[in-house]
Design a binder for this molecule. Structure first.
Ligand code: PHE
Length: 344
């Protein structure tokens, strides 16, 4: 018995050295632990032994059996781990990663330019009321913008004193909320979505994004407004752009202006025979509205217009992004076609 077990052990050790596959493991199991294995024939010899030897060999064989079972287990585990080893030099499968949406990155870039000039970014509310969206901004009661053709009214009632609820049609009501909440001096930038019941086409959408900016202090002038906007345009578009301020009208600013950017495509240099399809050879592109905050607006927010003055401006993020990246259809921003989005 002793001899046989020794031989069996030697053979097992030898067989163990040549294991290289799952099949080898299976074979090893059958050969050493199976019903027809040498070990089981040794077990079957036990009944023929003397009583004393029975106990001893029963124990020896069981110990041996457990030992080889655990060695086989260990070999199998190692083999599996080896199979799933990474080859770090192997080229990986292509991973599709998302990217920041072009509107988000333009929005972010604009806000951070103004932040660099000392403005603080604060958001207003998308669900507004008539008072914040119109009345406090000095819109007369019969102003056509209040018409339901120009504003999305909502069936929910918030504060009765503030009129009907609506989806804000510009970011200017953020001026009101922020001026009511904070004391001047202040310089704030307020981005967000706005809604207008417009027919959707290449340049219109019922939802788009605006960035409102305003500053209030005892000592502020239209010159500050011009300086801030020129600095923004030169940083965002290119150092050689220029701005043109055209007189305009907004109920909430006086005086008011529309601002044109010198054409970033043709650089205002008309080449003979060549037409600029972007500025239509005018050399200027309208980019925003602005002005000095109307005294009635300051009063509505509890700020004394005799003591304080302010400027404000508002721009459409889609329009700015379309000019910067020469995108010719606003709908591309919302369709989420990765072939479009991947380009930014
Ligand atoms: N709210 C105006 C618009 O939507 C833009 C604007 C903002 C104009 C601030 C002047 C001052 O067209």
């Amino acid at each position: 018995m002793q001899e046989q077990l020794k031989k069996l052990e030697e053979e097992f050790n030898q067989d163990c050295c040549s294991i290289s596959s799952e099949e080898d493991i299976q074979e090893l199991k059958v050969k050493y632990l199976g019903r027809k294995s040498l070990l089981s024939s040794l077990f079957s010899q036990i009944p023929n032994l003397s009583n004393e030897e029975k106990g001893l060999w029963g124990m020896n064989l069981n110990k041996f059996k457990l030992r080889i079972a655990s060695i086989i287990e260990e070999k199998a585990r190692k083999l599996k781990a080896k199979d799933s080893d990474f080859d770090l030099t192997f080229p990986s499968a292509k991973v599709d990663t998302g990217s920041v949406h072009v509107l988000s990155s333009v929005n972010q870039a604009i806000c951070s330019i103004f932040e660099g000039l000392g403005f603080v970014t604060l958001e207003g509310k998308e669900i507004e009321d008539e008072w914040h969206n119109f009345t406090a901004l000095n819109f007369p009661d019969d102003h056509p913008s209040r018409d339901s053709f120009d504003t999305f009214y909502l069936d929910i009632q918030q504060d009765k004193d503030k009129g009907k609820s609506l989806l804000r049609c510009h970011t200017s009501p953020s001026q009101i909320r922020i001026m009511q909440q904070y004391k001047p001096p202040m310089a704030v930038i307020s981005p967000g979505r706005v809604y207008r019941p417009d027919e959707v086409d290449a340049t219109h959408s019922f939802m788009f994004h605006q960035i409102e900016g305003f500053a209030v202090s005892q000592n502020i002038s239209f010159a500050d407004l011009k300086g801030v906007l020129l600095r923004f345009a030169q940083e965002f578009f290119s150092p050689d752009v220029n701005l043109r301020f055209r007189p305009h009208f907004f109920p909430f600013t006086e005086p008011s202006a529309e601002v044109d950017l010198s054409c970033i495509i043709c650089g205002q240099k008309k080449e003979k025979e060549k037409k600029c399809s972007i500025c239509k050879d005018k050399g200027w592109l309208e980019i925003l509205g602005c002005g000095m905050i109307h005294p009635n607006v300051l009063s509505a927010c509890g700020i004394d217009p005799k003591k304080y003055k302010g400027f404000a401006f508002g721009m459409g993020v889609e329009r700015i992004a379309m000019l910067k990246y020469r995108i010719n259809d606003i709908r591309l921003f919302y369709e989420n076609d990765v072939r479009f989005l991947n380009q930014f």
